[in-house]
Design a protein around this ligand. Structure first.
Ligand code: NAG
Ligand code: NAG
Length: 468
């Protein structure tokens, strides 16, 4: 009787409550039961292998090679080996060569004054700094160097990084985040490409130095912004270019870029790796070259590994902008600071640049002379701006296959090295965004004499004849 009554009551209750309640509670009940009774995961039970099984597994395992099949004639298998300093001359594979391959534009490698200041710093501070800038890694010479760099570039503030590659690769993601848009030249260097990846922003590539193509992309973006004004308000737009492009030797058309910056409210970053210390009457780079006021550029980033012949890099701009990197520039915050001896070497290099601006004039003459001499080669075409210290030589009629093209260029390079002129083929990583045409890269420094330059052209000409 009692059970019948209980069943009746239950039936009554079920009828009154809404159906989804019953479903929900039923689900909960099942889940609780499952939690109580299911077998928990126990890795030990799974690993009960007998000795024999173990032996068998080991026997069956064939490791994959760490490196895939490399062709015997791969250029990395026979690298050019440099012994000694790479100054005006260098020793490559045992041949004494005129150096037209490394980036020593102002001839500071091996400079006695710079070396002496570095040695003095080692005696005072030791070798390393042993900490990131924010964690006891700041030494007075770092602050000194930052002040001097800002003063030299006529900007408010500079921030020094301990490695050239991370400078721009950290600076980009410090400002540009997911949801922002970056307009960038197709020809940019690998370091910039890594910065773009790290920013996770929307990337729009425009054709190399093609302002019409850039404006087309900007108009597209303006149209998107018009349709979605709410999103447009929180989207930042960046424009990233190089002063002189490493991959082509061209100079960026800064005046036009600055016009577009104003018109479309962009923030412009310039990588001055090559142009710093080479362009302009005082070596201040592409802004001085075009006489563009500094406040029209937001951030200038630059490696100290080339013209300044030390290690590291820096960014300059207004304090408001640059300060931000001291907490958000990953390469700044999280890596040990520049060893003090390299900071004083940079200070000394800046001093020399300031006391004797005639060196920039001399470098320009050399660049133009090399340009004239290499333009007249019969089998190679020269690309790059006459004022640029980086120039590229391409085969005039290239074979169909790019591997074969590279092989021919390498033969020319080897011939040149054997005949006392060091040049290199430009190397790119397979993971880069765009494939580029194979070329021989020639760099210019301000110690070259007219005869030496003419000789370089003659050796290159002979190397090409030798191919046939
Ligand atoms: C700048 O120079 C550093 C070496 O100092 C190099 O690793 C980096 O790729 C260069 N970046 C650009 C954008 O040219
Ligand atoms: C060049 O290569 C393309 C595609 O690989 C091929 O179609 C063409 O026939 C080749 N031309 C010559 C002259 O070998």
């Amino acid at each position: 009787m009692a059970t019948q009554w209980i069943l009746f009551e239950m039936f009554q209750v079920l009828h009154e409550v809404p159906f989804y309640h019953v479903l929900l509670e039923g689900g909960l009940l099942v889940w609780i039961l499952w939690l109580i009774f299911h077998k928990s995961y126990n890795p030990k039970e799974l690993q009960q292998l007998t000795e024999k099984e173990k032996e068998q597994l080991i026997e069956e395992w064939t490791p994959e090679p760490l490196v895939g099949n490399v062709p015997q004639n791969h250029p990395s298998l026979k690298p050019h080996i440099v012994s000694g300093k790479a100054g005006k001359y260098m020793n490559v594979n045992g041949h004494q060569c005129l150096n037209m391959a490394t980036h020593n534009y102002l001839g500071f490698v091996g400079n006695k004054d710079i070396e002496e200041s570095a040695v003095k710093t080692v005696q005072k501070y030791g070798v390393g700094s042993c900490g990131p800038r924010g964690f006891y890694g700041t030494v007075d010479v770092h602050l000194d160097l930052e002040d001097k760099l800002a003063e030299f570039m006529k900007m408010e503030e500079a921030v020094v990084y301990s490695y050239g590659f991370c400078t721009i690769a950290s600076a980009i993601p410090a400002y540009s985040k997911r949801g922002d848009v970056i307009f960038v030249d197709e020809d940019v260097n690998f370091a910039i490409q890594k910065g773009l990846d790290a920013s996770r922003s929307k990337i729009r590539f425009f054709k190399h130095n093609d302002m019409a193509d850039l404006e087309r992309l900007l108009l597209e973006q303006a149209e998107l912004d018009r349709r979605n004004p709410k999103k447009a308000q929180v989207t930042r737009r960046f424009l990233i270019v190089e002063g002189i492009y490493m991959n082509s030797g061209d100079i960026c058309p800064l005046p036009e870029l600055v016009e577009l910056r104003k018109k479309y409210k962009l923030r412009i970053f310039i990588d001055e790796n090559v142009s710093f210390g080479t362009l302009g009457d005082h070596g201040r780079g592409v802004t001085e070259y075009y006489n563009v006021p500094n406040d029209e550029v937001d951030v200038i980033s630059c490696s100290m590994e080339w013209a300044m012949a030390t290690i590291g890099g820096f960014c300059v701009g207004s304090s408001f902008v640059i300060e931000h990197q001291r907490l958000s520039g990953l390469g700044y915050s999280f890596s040990a600071s520049l060893p003090p001896l390299l900071a004083t070497a940079a200070i000394k290099a800046l001093d020399i640049m300031q006391t004797d601006p005639s060196m920039f004039m001399k470098l320009q003459m050399c660049c133009q002379h090399v340009h004239r001499a290499l333009s007249s080669l019969t089998l190679l075409t020269l690309k790059g701006h006459p004022d640029s210290p980086v120039k590229h030589l391409y085969l005039r009629d290239p074979p169909n296959c790019t591997d074969h093209e590279l092989c021919l260029l390498n033969k020319i390079v080897d011939f040149c090295i054997e005949h006392g002129v060091a040049v290199v083929t430009a190397a790119y990583l397979p993971v880069e965004k765009f494939t580029r045409r194979n070329s021989i890269r020639v760099t210019v420094n301000n110690m070259l004499t007219e005869d030496e330059i003419n000789n370089v052209a003659a050796v290159l000409e002979k190397a090409c004849e030798n191919l046939h």
